[in-house]
Design a protein around this ligand. Structure first.
Ligand SMILES: *[C@@H]1O[C@H](CO)[C@@H](O)[C@H](O)[C@H]1NC(C)=O
Ligand SMILES: *[C@@H]1O[C@H](CO)[C@@H](O)[C@H](O)[C@H]1NC(C)=O
Ligand SMILES: *[C@@H]1O[C@H](CO)[C@@H](O)[C@H](O)[C@H]1NC(C)=O
Ligand SMILES: *[C@@H]1O[C@H](CO)[C@@H](O)[C@H](O)[C@H]1NC(C)=O
Ligand SMILES: *[C@@H]1O[C@H](CO)[C@@H](O)[C@H](O)[C@H]1NC(C)=O
Length: 492
């Protein structure tokens, strides 16, 4: 399905060379940052080092019970927000965060994907297609694991992940879901995973979950007195035009339950999901500029866009994508392996801007993000590609090429996606020399909730969603894997 597949080795190597991937240290072992643990999850079998630790444990137990039985002591704030530091993998190809699963909890890296709705983890017993160095989930090492006695199979455009379904305690950014359903994946297609990423956390809605299970974030949203606000927000860093970037760099901040006001300026402008029809995070692109040229979106069906942190680039209808490139003298559709992509003279420096939901606000994409790769001294490859979509699929997939340029907010109620301008602090995290975010200890309490549905009691909406998920695997960056593969080739 995806054209990412077609990126030839030679192109990718050029890309790497042009981005100074060969400078010293460029191939250093990935060193993912650790998650911000807003509060440490402590289990009863843990011994306490000192009074502070014990105190925190006691507080968490109290707050958890107060929540469970609906007691709210005066002055006790049981709602919360939490953050997770994100890692930028392979020059903005992919963004991953961290969560813990099991008892005792084990930490894993997962791609943060607003374009799908399943959580899955590579698990013990995996095929050789799961690369070494990936931390594998071990059901036998967790006292809280429960087998769902069901198989799990999710198809993406570039491959699949397959295994069984189970439930366990999942914790992220200080929030814990006690019986989160997830796929224990033992087989993946080639290059589906790249160390140090163990799996994927789907952040779209339950009705497109292949497992049928309620996604982690949606359980938090649906649990009373859990989140300060029914939102998830992303600030994503840019390294694509830097020099000397490593395969893992600081990726930004993922916040659950609130916005981080230090990462954006002005107001967040929200756009409703059309007709409240949740599934993917869909918005309507209602205006578009390529430089000074307006690109007219001729029909509502050509305006629907999935806002997808798990996709690297921007895909759209062939007719409109070709109009964008037509504004650049000397641009040309790619042929052969480049089919679906376009080349253009690097000097063009094009800014494409997107407007959503009928608003007059236009959100510009930096020319640095539009320029996916430099093929030669004068020829560049654009980040907008033809998306051959039909039927109920969204016409556009708006991925990180766009999302790096804004603070993005995914709001469950009313169902909407909002954007704001990045703050100087957020912008300072772009590129080499950007400051590495430092973990902080937060004051918010542990919130523990129980999922209301499991994989086995899902309704009929699951069937149609399977169809989309099965044949339309745009939500994972195959570019990341292509790059990873080629780094391996260069090294060996
Ligand atoms: C208690 O232990 C934790 C980690 O185990 C440490 O971060 C903290 O500084 C300690 N506090 C005191 C007062 O020693
Ligand atoms: C698991 O599913 C199989 C096939 O449906 C069934 O035969 C078996 O009894 C199930 N086991 C449990 C423990 O539910
Ligand atoms: C990368 O692109 C951004 C946005 O256009 C720009 O602000 C920054 O200066 C560029 N960095 C380099 C090293 O060219
Ligand atoms: C907001 O983000 C900044 C920058 O990463 C971080 O230092 C700060 O702790 C965050 N605030 C909250 C409340 O998470
Ligand atoms: C590209 O265009 C932007 C404005 O859209 C301008 O600020 C920048 O200097 C230009 N860069 C080059 C290399 O022409």
């Amino acid at each position: 399905m995806l054209f990412f597949h077609a990126l030839p080795l030679q192109l990718v190597l050029t890309f790497l060379l042009n981005d100074a991937f060969l400078s010293s240290g460029a191939y250093a072992a990935p060193s993912p940052n650790k998650p911000i643990r807003m509060m440490q999850l402590l289990h009863s079998d843990k011994s306490f080092k000192n009074a502070t630790e014990l105190g925190q444990w006691a507080k968490s137990q109290r707050l958890a019970l107060e929540y469970k039985y609906g007691i709210q002591s005066p002055g006790v704030q049981t709602r919360a927000e939490g953050s997770n530091l994100v890692t930028n993998q392979n020059l903005d190809s992919s963004y991953f965060g961290s969560l813990t699963i099991g008892t005792p909890p084990v930490s894993y890296n997962v791609v943060l994907d607003t374009g799908s709705s399943d959580l899955w983890m590579a698990s013990v017993g995996s095929s050789s297609r799961v690369p070494s160095g990936v931390t594998l989930y071990d059901r036998q090492a967790s006292s809280t694991y429960q087998d769902s006695n069901a198989t799990f199979l999710i198809h993406y455009g570039m491959g699949y992940a397959e295994g069984t379904l189970g439930t366990d305690v999942v914790e992220m950014a200080g929030f814990e879901v006690q019986n989160q359903a997830f796929g224990l994946v033992t087989d993946v297609s080639q290059n589906m995973l790249e160390s140090p990423v163990s799996g994927l956390l789907g952040l779209a809605f339950q009705n497109i979950a292949t497992s049928g299970a309620m996604p982690f974030w949606e359980t938090l949203v649906n649990s009373p007195n859990t989140l300060d606000s029914p939102v998830m927000a992303f600030q994503l860093s840019r390294y694509i035009n830097g020099t000397g970037a490593k395969s893992s760099e600081p990726g930004g901040v993922f916040t659950i339950g609130a916005l981080n006001s230090s990462l954006y300026t002005g107001d967040v402008e929200y756009y409703n999901i059309p007709d409240g029809q949740v599934g993917y995070w869909i918005l309507e692109i209602t205006s578009m500029n390529a430089g000074a040229t307006q690109i007219n979106i001729p029909s509502p069906s050509l305006s629907r866009a999935a806002i997808d942190t798990g996709t690297t680039l921007v895909g759209g209808p062939k007719s409109l994508v070709s109009e964008i490139y037509a504004t650049i003298p000397g641009s040309a559709p790619g042929t052969g392996d480049y089919s679906g992509y376009y080349t253009y003279p690097c000097a063009a420096n094009l800014t494409v801007s997107l407007g959503f939901g009928g608003s007059s606000t236009l959100w510009p994409i930096s020319p640095a993000d539009f320029r996916l790769a430099q093929l030669s001294d004068e020829t560049c490859l654009g980040a907008f590609f033809d998306l051959d979509s039909t039927g109920s699929w969204p016409s556009w997939i708006v991925g990180d090429t766009f999302l790096k340029n804004v603070y993005s907010v995914f709001r469950a109620n009313p169902p909407s996606v909002g954007f704001a301008n990045l703050s100087p602090l957020a912008l300072s995290m772009n590129g080499i020399g950007g400051s590495l975010p430092t973990p902080t200890i937060a004051s918010s309490p542990i919130i523990t909730v129980t999922a209301s549905t499991s994989a086995s009691d899902d309704g009929s909406s699951r069937v149609s969603s399977n169809t989309i998920g099965r044949y339309f695997g745009f939500s994972i960056s195959t570019l990341a894997w292509t790059l990873a593969l080629c780094v391996g080739v260069v090294l060996s």
